[in-house]
Write a protein that binds this ligand. Structure first.
Ligand code: FAD
Ligand code: NAG
Ligand code: NAG
Ligand code: NAG
Length: 514
């Protein structure tokens, strides 16, 4: 019993523990010997638990897994599911470990982690312009592999190279190519999934409903996706990036305001996001950085900017030409000439304590409201950020129910709010989390309504969680479910009911049974 988290008893005081903690040998015997199985007394346990935790807020958490299982082949994933079920343990699936609320490595109930880190092969078929990628691979590993074979192919996924393809594509996945090509989940052609009975299913075997649900319906609800078959996209040999920063004195508010009227209407080849942040301590200034990727050379970009967003005053000296793969380095905070091998690092350079939330904007926010945001940013001594990703383009052409990811036409942009701090304590964390909640309340009049939509991959447990240890009712779960999945939530619950009627795969925000 020693490893059961204290909070488990606090939350579920009436649930008596019928089956004793399975011994390591009984669990190992069940799974077979090849998988690496660690328990808390194993010397490598702490390292394995913490290494892919991208938000150290939970490093000292008391809710630790009884075992960490690292399968080396698919039959061991099947065994890990069946043995966890037999021993009445919940599972947490971990691919890249970037979950914003730590749901791939935390649980308030006895649980095991199935860590997919050793299942990360990437097989590219350039003639077919497709790839089979195992879900333990990261987006950086995928980008790197593509670039080794072709200078004119890419993939439309997220910016941070260490994100895992398991969670990322399950929840949608977008980055600088979204206006041209949509999201990562739009490019999934087939998949291998292991369900709660241990069956290995491809697209044909799982059927179109389940295949629909795993593309944007979020990880952790339907089974363990072992691999995706994806379609690569074409990129030009030369792309151009720029970052133009403006302070309030330099007109950041007016430019931000103006940007909202064109961001989703620009040429599809042009992606301009804004990173707005406070500078230094409280009472400090604000900077809005216009951060852009253009799929072409600067001789085309500069006249296009003159025509479509002249207010920014883009100049030739701001423009950096590079290959698409170099742009993936640039957008993850490196220099374009840095070694491409940096893309293979599975630890994010953004590792820090943070809390994030998200919104979608359908009507431009007035200047006075933006000024109110800056005021709130200036109350914070930690790094307060707001990243706006423009939609439109390809996103407007795909119907909201085509796959489970629902945020399409009508959205001008997505906002991600983030507060990051370096030194933690309960009191420090409470203060920052309260601050971002206050910002979220402040933003309510200016963002999407009924539902106030949110992006699943920017997971936020504040918007609601499943009750009763995950055995929630459909109507209880609708509170948060409709924010993430809008009109697709009901179909997701229908698919869940059919695919996993025992609700084996569950967590604080897993899809409920209908
Ligand atoms: C620094 C940073 C930058 C980011 N940048 C972007 C970005 O540019 N664009 C964007 O869209 N998102 C971005 N994200 C969010 C990211 O897409 C999500 O956090 C995503 O869920 C991470 O996937 P993961 O596999 O790394 O996470 P994990 O924590 O391993 O998994 C996330 C969830 O999916 C489940 N899961 C994981 N693997 C599987 C699987 N194989 N089968 C079924 N379920 C699974 C987990 O149980 C968990 O519930 C960023 C996150 C971070 C921390
Ligand atoms: C965890 O707790 C220890 C002991 O209280 C402390 O020294 C350490 O800094 C904490 N680590 C994190 C990441 O909070
Ligand atoms: C990977 O990146 C992290 C974070 O920037 C850094 O601390 C670490 O040294 C890097 N690892 C390697 C092998 O380069
Ligand atoms: C949740 O449902 C599962 C499957 O029906 C059951 O085994 C488990 O005991 C339930 N847990 C709680 C906390 O109700």
């Amino acid at each position: 019993m020693a490893y059961f988290p204290l909070s488990f008893f606090l939350l579920l005081p009436l649930l008596s523990w019928a089956s004793p903690t399975p011994s390591e040998s009984s669990f190992k015997n069940c799974i077979g010997i090849a998988s690496i199985i660690l328990n808390p007394s194993s010397p490598l346990y702490t390292q394995a638990l913490e290494s892919s935790q991208q938000n150290p807020r939970w490093l000292n958490s008391t809710s630790k897994p009884l075992f960490i299982i690292t399968p080396l082949k698919e039959s061991e994933v099947q065994a890990a599911i069946l043995c966890s079920k037999k021993h009445k343990l919940q599972v947490r699936i971990r691919s890249g470990g970037h979950d914003y609320e730590g749901l791939s490595f935390l649980a308030d109930t006895p649980f095991v982690i199935i860590d997919l880190i050793s299942l990360r092969s990437i097989e590219i078929n350039l003639a077919e312009e497709t790839a089979w990628v195992q879900t333990g691979a990261t987006v950086g590993e995928l980008y790197y592999k593509i670039a080794q074979l072709s200078k004119v192919h890419g993939f439309p996924a997220g910016l941070c190279p260490s994100i895992g393809l398991g969670g990322h594509i399950s929840g949608g996945g977008f980055g600088t190519l979204l206006r041209k090509h949509g999201i990562a989940a739009d490019h999934v052609l087939d998949a291998y999934l292991i369900d709660a009975n241990g069956n290995l299913l491809d697209r044909k075997a799982m059927g179109e409903d389940l295949f629909w649900a795993i593309r944007g319906g979020g990880g952790g609800s339907f089974g363990i996706v072992l691999a995706w078959k994806i379609r690569l996209v074409r990129v030009p040999a030369t792309v151009t990036a720029f970052t133009v920063g403006k302070t309030l004195e330099e007109g950041a508010t007016k430019l931000f305001h103006r940007w909202q009227y064109i961001a989703n209407k620009l040429h599809k080849d042009l992606f301009i996001r804004i990173i707005a942040q406070n500078l230094g301590g409280s009472g400090s200034g604000i900077r809005a950085s216009f951060n852009s990727l253009f799929l072409g050379g600067k001789e085309t970009l500069i006249p296009l900017m003159k025509e479509q967003f002249p207010e920014l005053g883009l100049q030739e000296k701001d423009c950096i030409e590079m290959s698409w793969i170099q742009s993936t380095l640039y957008f993850s905070g490196y220099q374009k000439d840095d070694p491409l091998e940096l893309l293979l690092n599975r630890t994010t350079t953004f590792k820090a304590y943070y809390k994030a939330k998200s919104d979608f904007v359908t009507v431009p926010i007035p200047e006075t409201a933006l000024e109110g945001v800056w005021k709130l940013f200036q109350e914070e001594d930690a790094l307060a950020l707001m990243i706006t990703d423009p939609f439109g383009g390809r996103m407007d052409e795909i119907s909201a129910s085509h796959i489970a990811f629902p945020h399409r036409k009508g959205n001008i942009y997505n906002i991600q709010y983030m507060i990051k701090w370096d030194v933690n304590s309960n009191e420090i964390e409470k203060r920052h989390v309260q601050w971002i909640r206050k910002l979220y309340i402040y933003m309510a009049p200016y963002v999407s309504k009924s539902p106030r939509a949110a992006y699943f991959n920017y997971r936020d447990l504040d918007i609601g969680t499943n009750k009763h240890g995950g055995n929630t009712s459909y109507s209880e779960a609708s509170v948060w479910g409709k924010k993430y999945f809008k009109g697709n939530f009901k179909r997701l619950a229908q698919v869940k009911t059919k695919a996993d009627p025992g609700n084996f795969f569950r967590n604080e925000q897993s899809i409920p049974l209908l």
